[in-house]
Structure formats: C-alpha cells, structure tokens
Write a new protein. Structure first.
Length: 168
C-alpha cells in the first residue's frame, strides 16, 4: 500500500502515478481476461458494449480513447469469435451499430462480475464525488498532453476527446 508520507510520494510526478496505476490495471485485467481468451483491450471494449446500448464504431472508439481503425480491427476479431455483431443503424442510413450477440452476453456476465470486483477494490475509500473529480481531472490532464503532442509533434494524429471534438 502506498503511504503518502513516503518521500517517493512527494517526489513522484502525476505522470509517474498514472504509469504506476496503468501498470497495475494492466496486470490485474490481464490476469482476469487472459483465462477467458481475450486481451485487456477486448475486455474494456466488451465492458463498454455490455453495459450500454449498441454503438457506432466512432462512438465506441471515443469511449475507448482509441482510433477507429484499431477499434474496427478489435470489433472484427470479436465478431469472428461470435461475441459481437455489426448491423445497420435504423436511425442513420450509412452508419452501423455494434452490439453484443447472445454468445457475447454469456461472456458479458463473467466480465461484469470481474468489472464490479475491480471497481470495488480500485475505488475503495473514495466517495462518488472523488471518483467523478478524478475522472474530470484525468480528462483535463489528457487534453493538456494532447495539446502538447499537437504542438511538439506536428503530423501526429490528435486524439479526440470523449465528445468527439479535437482536444483544445
């Protein structure tokens, strides 16, 4: 357990905390996802789709903070395994909707249990307000980094924020 009175705590940057959290998250989710024969990224994608309504590819990519071509390949792989299906969006002539299949629903039941346990332990001792604040602050931090990438690495694609707008 991290003790905020340790010298390393005050010397660590926000980026270092994010890297440490990311490493722990990746290890924990991989330990749960790999036995189900899915990757951690597939886990996150399926969790988004399991908890919500069918989504467009762009909406799913934004929810995952990833680019659409990468998410498209992930959807294709999970579709080939029978977990996802892609169909027309009745509200939009050219858009498609990605949804979980009945076989995917069986996997979703397992994933939802894992996800509940993960969030229960990872957010232990945090109030809902603190969780919301952390989410908002991390979004701000990511947007700031996106601006820095755009200015210091010309030509690098700019990540889209959760609302589909370029980072400011």
């Amino acid at each position: 357990m991290v003790d905020s009175s340790e010298a390393g705590f005050t010397l660590s940057t926000i980026g270092m905390f994010i890297v440490a959290a990311s490493r722990s998250i990746r290890q924990l989710i991989a330990a749960k996802a790999v036995p189900l024969d899915i990757t951690p990224h597939h886990y996150w994608m399926l969790m988004i789709l399991c908890k919500g309504a069918p989504m467009s590819l762009g909406g799913l990519a934004r929810a995952m903070w990833m680019d659409a071509p990468t998410v498209s390949r992930m959807v294709q792989k999970m579709g080939a395994r029978g977990y996802l299906a892609v169909g027309p969006d009745p509200a939009h002539g050219t858009r498609v909707r990605i949804h979980v299949t009945p076989e995917g629903e069986v996997l979703c039941e397992k994933l939802i249990k894992i996800d509940g346990d993960f969030h229960e332990y990872s957010q232990k001792g945090m109030t809902p307000s603190e969780v919301d604040s952390l989410r908002e602050l991390l979004c701000k931090y990511i947007r700031n980094l996106d601006v820095m990438v755009a200015s210091e690495l010309p030509g690098m694609p700019i990540r889209r924020n959760h609302h589909g707008k370029p980072a400011e």
